[in-house]
Write a protein that binds this ligand. Structure first.
Ligand code: NDP
Length: 330
């Protein structure tokens, strides 16, 4: 029997791109092996691009956006999940080529799902979302390269962004000394309250620089790319490590090989979208042990499905700080 479901639906007819809160039928859901009541989703930058049509995120129409979700399994053909289980989904092209989380229900492949860690609530999982999960993957990559709190100062770029602010918080929880690079120096006190010991202007890294510069940082977590990433490579100490997950400044990398061949610097790429399940479970278990409820409440606001379109516009205009959690059942 088909039941009405509230969902954000993006469509494109000729050149007319639309996104609206709509009613779909349960029969319309994709043919995947796990059916989920979505409890919470989030608004990531990628969701903002999809909803406003400002970026080519959506690959087929009509599309339900939402690259993150947490929910309760209501039926499953998979031995891995049973009715009543709480599950998390991040990425795997959901909200881009498969229908996503900004809906009361979702049908997803069991291959994409991981269990919600026991000590996280569903809402907390979405307060963390892809931003926190990607920051955690970045921190784990530094650890696997042997970076410890004793190694020295860690630089985090895009500091006020979702990934950057989580990276600052997670590193400081683990005892690292963190320098935050931001274009919003007026937010320095906020960044210090997250755990940054030092806040610097991102302009120091924004323009073309020398191939080798003063050795300043033991490691870095970069979500900015372009000249910023090139200058970070040039400023790492001998044997330093930088993770690269984003392109907030640009997709280019106008760098030289000098830091790699003369200082043994390592550049680690971070992709959260197609990440294997074992890495996802490791990252979420670490997140569950590191984040505290007060921090998550401080950095996030909750909205309903009917506020999503307006909030996506505000997100694209840079008017939102922190995480937006979408309550999909209220
Ligand atoms: P946000 O939009 O929340 O934050 C990006 C931050 O980058 C901004 O807050 C700003 O920080 C800084 N920034 C913006 N423009 C520039 C610029 N021109 N030069 C230097 N810094 C700039 O994005 P997220 O944190 O969610 O994501 C960051 C990047 O990581 C994005 O490119 C995103 O696509 C990518 N990403 C990649 C993932 C992956 O799997 N590889 C997963 C998640 C995100 P401030 O104001 O402090 O300067």
């Amino acid at each position: 029997m088909s039941n009405p479901i509230k969902a954000i639906v993006i469509d494109k007819q000729d050149d007319n791109y639309t996104a609206a809160l709509s009613t779909i039928n349960s029969d319309d859901l994709p043919n995947e092996n796990v059916l989920i009541d979505v409890l919470y989703s989030t608004l990531n930058y990628k969701d903002g691009l999809a909803i406003t049509g400002k970026g080519p995120v959506v690959r087929s129409f009509p599309m339900v956006p939402g690259i993150d979700l947490v929910g309760t399994v209501t039926s499953s053909d998979s031995a891995e999940f049973k009715s009543g289980d709480h599950v998390i989904l991040n990425g795997f092209g959901v909200g881009e080529k498969h229908w996503g989380g900004l809906s009361q229900k979702a049908a997803l492949s069991s291959d994409w799902l991981i269990p919600l860690p026991a000590n996280l609530s569903p809402k907390q999982a979405m307060q963390i979302g892809t931003a926190g999960y990607t920051a955690m993957l970045s921190v784990i990559a530094l650890e696997k390269q042997g970076v410890t709190p004793e190694s020295g100062e860690i630089l985090v770029t895009g500091a006020n962004g979702g990934v950057g602010s989580f990276a600052i918080y997670l590193l400081s929880q683990l005892g690292y000394q963190v320098t935050a690079a931001t274009g919003r120096m007026e937010q320095a006190d906020y960044l210090k309250s997250l755990g940054a010991t030092n806040v610097i202007d991102r302009n120091e890294f924004s323009n073309s620089g020398k191939p080798l510069q003063k050795e300043r940082f033991a490691a870095a977590i970069d979500s900015v790319g372009s000249h910023t990433l090139a200058n970070i490579c040039a400023s790492l100490k001998y044997g330093g490590v930088v993770t690269a997950c984003g392109l907030a400044q640009g997709m280019d990398l106008p760098a030289s090989v000098a830091p790699f061949i003369l200082r043994g610097v390592s550049l680690m790429g971070i992709d959260s979208v197609m990440r294997p399940k074992a890495d996802r479970v490791e990252a979420w278990d670490r997140l569950a042990s590191l984040v505290n409820a007060d921090y998550l409440d401080k950095i996030s606001t909750e909205i309903n499905l009917d506020q999503v379109i307006e909030s996506a516009e505000q997100l694209m205009q840079g008017q939102i700080r922190g995480r937006v959690v979408v309550n999909c059942q209220s």
